[in-house]
Design a protein around this ligand. Structure first.
Ligand code: NOJ
Length: 755
C-alpha cells in the first residue's frame, strides 16, 4: 500500500483510492498547492480565502475533485498519470510525496509517463514536469487541465450567479490567462492574473469549462478529450477552465519532456516574462534541484539514528516537514479545513513557531512579531488575524493567547543565547509600540488583572480548549489549566528578568501563589480539577457524574512544576484516560445535556473531537510530563502509539483513514462507534508539540541560556540514539547510550558528546 524511502525523504503509494485523500503541500511561501496521491487538490496565491486558483469541491462525491490533471489520449483510449479522474486506469501506477513535490509514475499501452509537480522558488507557479516515453510509434494528444473558479470561495458560494459574469479567461499568444475582475473584491490591486502555459506550442485550447467537459459529464470523461481536440473556447462570463491540446508524435523508444506552468503574475507583461523564464532551458531542473537543496539544508539541522525506525522517519523527515507547513498555513486549508475563514490564529501559530525556532530563527521571530502586533496595550490579544486578506481580526478575548507569546519568545531567547530579540520594537494593536520585553510583561499584567474569585485566571472566551467557551459567560468562570500555563510562563519570565538584570522575585511570588491555589483548591484526591464555572461548579471532579478527569490539568500540573501530586495525577491519566490508540482528553465523555440542558458544555457526540477523543495535540504534553517525571517507558508508550503509521496499523487502514506520515488533530475515542478514525490531519498543533516532545524531552536535547542540555528520557527501544544538532553555529554529534544528564556549555568547543 505504501512505502517510506527515508534516503530520498519520500513515501510511495501503489493504490490511488486511499481511504481519504492523502495530501502533500507544495509551496514557495507565496504560491501554494495542496495535492493528493490521486492528483486532486487546490492551488492558491498567498491566501485561499481571496486568491484561490482552482476549484476543489469539499465534502462532495466523488471525493478529491478537481485537481491538476493531464489526459493522455492514445487513439480511442484516454487515461491520466494521476490515475484519477478517468475511468480507464493505468496498467502500472504509483504516486510519491516528497519534500515539496509529488510525483506520479504510470504506464498504459506501452506509454510511460512520469509527472512531477512542485512549486519552485524562482517563479510563483506550479511546475508540472511530464516525461513521456513510448515503446511504439505513437501519435498522442496531451490535455493538461485545471478547473478554475472564483478566487473568493465564500463569495462564490453566495454570489456566483452574478459574479461569475465578471470573470474572464482568454488566450494570449500561447498562454491562457484568467482574470478575476469581481466588483468589490478585497484587494484588487494586489490580485494577480493566473496563467497556464506549456513549453511546447498548443494546437488548441479551451477556457470554457462546459465546452471542454460537455453537459452531464465530469472530469472523468471530458467531451473534448473524447473528441481528441479542443475548441478554442474563450470565457467572458461563466465557468472557466484552462485546457491545452498538445499534439505529439513519438517514435518507438523515444522520450519527450513537456513542462506545464500554472502560475500567477500581476500584469499580462509580467506573465510574458514569467512564462519566458519558465521556458528557459534548464529552468525546471534548476528549480527542482534548488527545492531538494532547500530541504536537505533545512532538515540537516536535526537528524537522528535510533533503533525505532518509524520514530526515526518521523523525527528526521515528516514531523519537521509537517510542522513547517503548519507554520505557513496555520489551520487554514486542508482536506478538512475549507480555507474560507481561518486566517492566523494567535494561539495556534504561537505554538507552531516553537518548531520553527531550531530551523530558522529569523522566520520564527518575524511570525512572532506579527502575533505581537495583535496584542493590546492591556496585554490581551486578538484571537485570529488576517494580514493577507486585510479583514478585521476576531477580537474575542481568551485566557491563554497572550501567554503562548511569552513561551515562544522564551524559546527564541534560549535558542540564540542572546537577549537582543527582547529589544525589537513591535506595535500594539490599539496603538503605540513597545519592545518585545514590554509586550511580554503586559501579558502577565493582563492575567493578574483578570483573576477570578478563587484566584485563578478567568476562563474568558475559553482557554486552549475551545469547548470551554461557556464556562465564563457571566464573567466569573475560572480556568485551572490556564493557572498552570500561567505558572509555566511565570518561571520563564522570571528567568528572563534575571538575565536582564531586572527583578525576578515578583514573578516567582505570583507563581508560588498560583501554585498554592492549584494544590489547595484544585486537587481532587487523584487528579487536578479542570475549571470552575460561573456558578462555582467544579468541572473535572470525582463528584461529577461526567467528564470527571481531564488530561490537560494532569500533564500541565507537571509541566508547570506546580502539581505537588503530579506523579499521582499522571498515574490517573494512565488508569482512566489511556487507550491503545492514545490518551483520551476526558473521561467519561459527556452527554449533550451536561451539566445542564441549557448550558451544556458540548454538542459533540461522545468520543468525537473535543468530547473524549484521543486529542493528539494534548497527548504531546503527557509525553513531556512523563519525561519530566523521568518515566521513559510511559513517555515512549504515549509517543509510539501515536506515530501515524503505528496508529494506522493498529486501528486498521480503513478505520484510521488519514495519512500514515503526518499527525492528525484527534482520533475518535472508545466511546464512539468509530474508535480509531483519525480526523483533521496535517494542520494541527500536534506537529509542533510532538516535535518538541521527542527532541527536547525524550531525546532531551534542549537549548538553555548558557549551553545545550542533554537530559534524555529514553527506553531501550530508542537506545542507543545518535543525534546531530546544529546549535548556535556548531554541529554537535551526540551519542546517547543511557539516561544521564549532561550539559555542554556554550564556550565548550567539544562537538562530539557521548553519554
Ligand atoms: C483546535 C484549535 O485550532 C485550537 O486553537 C484549540 O486549542 C484546539 N482545537 C483544542 O480545543
Amino acid at each position: 500500500m505504501y512505502k517510506f524511502n527515508d534516503k530520498k525523504r519520500e513515501i510511495t503509494f501503489d493504490k490511488y483510492n486511499t481511504p481519504t485523500p492523502w495530501m502533500n503541500y507544495l509551496s514557495n511561501g507565496t504560491f501554494h498547492t495542496m495535492i493528493s496521491q490521486a492528483g486532486g487538490g487546490v492551488a492558491f496565491y498567498k491566501s485561499p480565502q481571496i486568491w484561490r486558483i482552482n476549484h476543489y469541491r469539499f465534502f462532495h462525491l466523488p471525493t478529491d475533485r478537481s485537481g491538476f490533471y493531464t489526459y493522455i489520449k492514445d487513439g480511442n483510449d484516454y487515461w491520466c498519470p494521476t490515475n484519477e479522474p478517468c475511468k480507464t486506469k493505468p496498467e502500472k501506477w504509483s504516486a510519491t510525496h516528497g519534500m515539496g513535490y509529488t510525483r506520479f509514475e504510470a504506464e498504459r499501452n506501452g506509454v510511460a509517463v512520469t509527472a512531477t509537480y512542485f512549486v519552485g522558488e524562482f517563479e510563483n507557479a506550479l511546475l508540472w514536469n511530464l516525461k513521456i516515453k513510448s515503446n511504439f510509434d505513437k501519435k498522442l494528444v496531451i490535455f493538461p487541465y485545471v478547473e478554475l473558479g472564483m478566487m473568493e470561495f465564500m463569495r462564490e458560494l453566495q454570489w456566483q450567479c452574478y459574479n461569475k459574469h465578471q470573470l474572464s479567461c482568454y488566450n494570449m499568444g500561447d498562454v491562457l490567462v484568467y482574470k478575476y475582475g469581481v466588483e468589490d473584491q478585497p484587494k484588487p490591486d494586489e490580485t494577480p492574473l493566473v496563467y497556464f502555459s506549456a513549453d511546447v506550442p498548443p494546437t488548441a485550447f479551451d477556457c470554457d469549462r462546459d465546452e471542454f467537459i460537455g453537459s452531464y459529464r465530469s472530469e472523468e470523461n471530458p467531451k473534448n478529450v473524447e473528441n481528441g481536440k479542443c475548441t478554442n473556447s474563450t470565457m467572458y462570463g461563466g465557468d472557466p477552465c484552462f485546457a491545452l491540446e498538445l499534439d505529439i508524435d513519438l517514435k518507438a523508444g523515444e522520450e519527450r519532456e513537456i513542462n506545464i506552468f500554472l502560475g500567477t503574475a500581476m500584469t499580462e507583461g509580467d506573465i510574458q516574462k514569467s512564462v519566458e523564464h519558465c521556458k528557459e532551458a534548464g529552468f525546471v531542473k534548476k528549480s527542482f534541484d534548488a527545492l531538494l537543496a532547500h530541504w536537505d539544508n533545512y532538515l540537516s539541522r536535526f537528524q537522528c539514528e535510533i533503533p525505532d525506525k518509524d520514530a526515526q522517519t518521523m523525527i528526521n523527515i515528516w514531523n519537521p516537514y509537517q510542522a513547517e507547513r503548519n507554520f505557513q498555513f496555520s489551520r487554514n486549508i486542508s482536506y478538512y479545513a475549507t480555507g474560507t475563514f481561518r486566517g492566523i490564529g494567535v494561539r495556534d501559530t504561537a505554538q507552531d513557531i516553537l518548531a520553527m525556532v531550531p530551523f530558522d530563527i529569523r522566520r520564527a521571530k518575524d511570525k512572532l512579531n506579527l502575533l505581537f502586533t495583535q496584542q493590546y496595550q492591556d496585554g490581551h490579544c486578538n484571537h485570529y488575524c488576517f494580514p493577507t486578506e486585510g479583514w478585521e481580526p476576531v477580537t474575542r478575548i481568551h485566557s491563554d493567547n497572550h501567554l503562548w507569546l511569552v513561551m515562544t519568545a522564551y524559546h527564541i531567547i534560549m535558542e540564540e543565547g542572546k537577549l537582543d530579540y527582547l529589544d525589537e520594537a513591535v506595535s500594539f494593536y490599539d496603538g503605540g509600540s513597545a519592545t518585545v520585553w514590554e509586550h511580554i510583561k503586559r501579558s502577565i499584567d493582563f492575567c493578574m488583572k483578570n483573576l477570578g474569585e478563587n484566584g485563578f485566571p478567568l476562563m474568558l472566551s475559553s482557554d486552549w480548549n475551545d469547548m470551554l467557551y461557556k464556562v465564563c459567560r457571566k464573567g466569573r468562570g475560572e480556568s485551572i489549566w490556564t493557572a498552570m500555563q500561567f505558572g509555566t510562563v511565570l518561571r520563564m519570565i522570571a528567568e528572563l528578568a534575571k538575565l536582564k538584570g531586572e527583578e525576578e522575585q515578583v514573578y516567582l511570588d505570583i507563581y508560588e501563589n498560583q501554585k498554592r491555589l492549584v494544590n489547595e483548591k484544585a486537587w481532587d484526591g487523584d487528579w487536578y480539577i479542570r475549571c470552575i464555572t460561573d456558578e462555582g461548579k467544579y468541572i473535572g471532579s470525582k463528584k461529577e457524574p461526567q467528564a470527571k478527569i481531564w488530561l490537560n490539568t494532569q500533564s500541565w500540573s507537571v509541566i508547570s512544576g506546580m502539581g505537588e501530586n503530579g506523579m499521582r495525577a499522571m498515574d490517573s491519566v494512565k488508569k482512566y484516560l489511556d487507550t491503545p490508540l492514545g490518551i483520551k482528553k476526558i473521561d467519561p465523555a459527556m452527554t449533550t445535556d451536561y451539566p445542564t440542558k441549557d448550558e451544556n458544555l458540548t454538542s459533540y457526540n461522545k468520543g468525537c473531537g473535543e468530547n473524549g477523543s484521543v486529542f493528539c495535540h494534548a497527548n504531546t504534553w503527557a509525553i513531556i510530563a512523563e519525561c519530566i517525571l523521568k518515566r521513559p517507558e510511559n513517555a515512549y508508550k504515549y509517543y509510539h502509539q501515536l506515530l501515524p503509521m503505528i496508529a494506522q496499523q493498529k486501528a486498521g487502514e480503513w478505520r484510521y483513514k488519514a495519512e500514515p506520515y503526518v499527525y492528525a488533530s484527534n482520533i475518535f475515542g472508545p466511546e464512539s462507534d468509530k474508535f480509531g478514525l483519525a480526523n483533521v490531519s496535517w494542520l494541527t498543533g500536534t506537529a509542533a508539540w510532538m516535535y518538541i516532545a521527542v527532541t527536547q524531552y525524550m531525546l532531551g536535547i534542549k537549548p538553555k541560556w548558557d549551553g545545550l542540555e542533554i537530559d534524555p528520557c529514553l527506553p531501550g527501544e530508542m537506545l542507543p540514539a545518535k543525534v546531530t544538532r546544529i546549535f548556535r553555529g556548531r554541529k554537535y554529534n551526540i551519542t546517547i547510550t543511557k539516561n544521564k544528564r549532561t550539559f555542554i556549555a556554550a564556550d565548550d568547543e567539544n562537538e562530539n558528546i557521548v553519554i
